[in-house]
Design a protein. Structure first.
Lengths: 130, 209
């Protein structure tokens, strides 16, 4: 499959759609449609998960209700299988907590004219030294 | 202002158990906490006098708090490093927060300066007696098995908040006074025991010529 020239728009559009679902507790369960039942991987703060069921267990177990999110940058690249690599740099505030920077990377895999999230890694930007 | 001891404590436990309110209550409702964004840590300070063997020691107490990152399970090792004592909180009205205590103890064993640091287990929200789901004997049992002190507290009313912090301070001070083996002191984890001596010797050599 060829490189997808629309990678930039796909990246931006995906990020917008993904976080619109994620940030609304009522809609968060719908994220299940973004992942594949078997071939999706997630690393959430170092915890490795495979498949949409395990991933959704993790995402729906998060204890906050409100999220305030600011996206600083979305960097996308086309992949040789027609997929898109997306890196997000942002800041999020959960409930009344202090805002934290975070970084999240997605790999979108093309499937029948659409995409699913094949890889997803998430980390808050916290360091081991002051 | 000068002090004799700088003591650093950490507040740990699931989000929503009342860590921040607890520290807020202890520091007399002052909100002048300082945030260190690189490690995502918040801390408050308080000065107090500690009496032992008829002598007064001026203690500068730093109370370190998480800033919501525990929701993601993203505490870095920097958070645990150099802490001399731990306030481990759960919510008496939340079974889940009590179950998670085992994980927190495990984290402490991995990251703290020694395998058996001083820990006060606080069953918080004791004022919500009608909503209590954790019976006192269960918490006492867990505390006993893990060699922790158990105290029921209320950050809302202030019940036992100062007692918990002061009990911890007492234990840490006793440990410091009785620490003959320097390797048991905080901040020395993983350091070869006679590194200090090696340094001393080399210094003596360079000075001796």
């Amino acid at each position: 499959m060829a490189l997808n020239p629309q990678y930039e728009a796909i990246g931006k559009g995906f990020v917008q759609q993904y976080y619109a679902l994620f940030d609304d507790p009522a809609q968060r369960p719908n994220l299940v449609n973004m992942y594949n039942i078997e071939s999706s991987f997630m690393s959430f703060e170092g915890t490795q998960l495979q498949g949409s069921v395990k991933i959704m267990e993790k995402l729906t177990s998060l204890s906050f209700q409100k999220i305030n999110r600011v996206i600083t940058a979305v960097d996308s690249q086309p992949m040789f299988d027609g997929g898109v690599l997306i890196n997000v740099l942002g800041r999020l505030q959960t409930d009344e907590d202090i805002p934290h920077a975070y970084v999240q990377t997605f790999v979108l895999k093309p499937i029948e004219g659409s995409f699913f999230v094949q890889h997803d890694t998430f980390r808050l930007v916290l360091h081991d030294t002051i | 202002m000068e002090y004799d001891y700088l003591i650093k404590f950490l507040a740990l436990g699931d989000s929503g158990v009342g860590k921040t309110s607890f520290l807020y209550q202890y520091t007399d409702g002052t909100f002048n906490s300082r945030f260190i964004s690189t490690v995502g840590i918040d801390f408050r300070e308080k000065r107090l006098l500690y009496q032992t063997k008829g002598r007064n020691h001026r203690v500068h107490l730093q109370l370190w708090d998480t800033a919501g990152q525990e929701r993601f399970r993203s505490l870095t090792t920097a958070f645990y490093r150099d802490a001399m004592g731990f306030l481990l909180l759960f919510d008496l009205t939340s079974e889940q927060s009590f179950i998670e205590i085992r994980n927190w103890i495990e984290q402490l064993r991995i990251h703290a300066y020694c395998d058996s640091p001083d820990v006060i287990l606080c069953g918080n929200k004791a004022d919500l007696e009608d909503r209590r789901v954790i019976m006192e004997w269960r918490a006492r049992d867990l505390a006993e098995k893990n060699n922790l002190v158990y105290i029921e507290t209320s950050a809302a009313t202030g019940q036992n908040v100062a007692r918990a912090v002061e009990t911890l301070l007492e234990r840490v001070m006793i440990r410091m006074e009785s620490a003959v083996d320097k390797a048991m002191l905080p901040g020395r984890r993983g350091r070869p025991r006679d590194l200090d001596n090696v340094d001393l010797n080399s210094q003596q050599k360079s000075c001796g010529c």
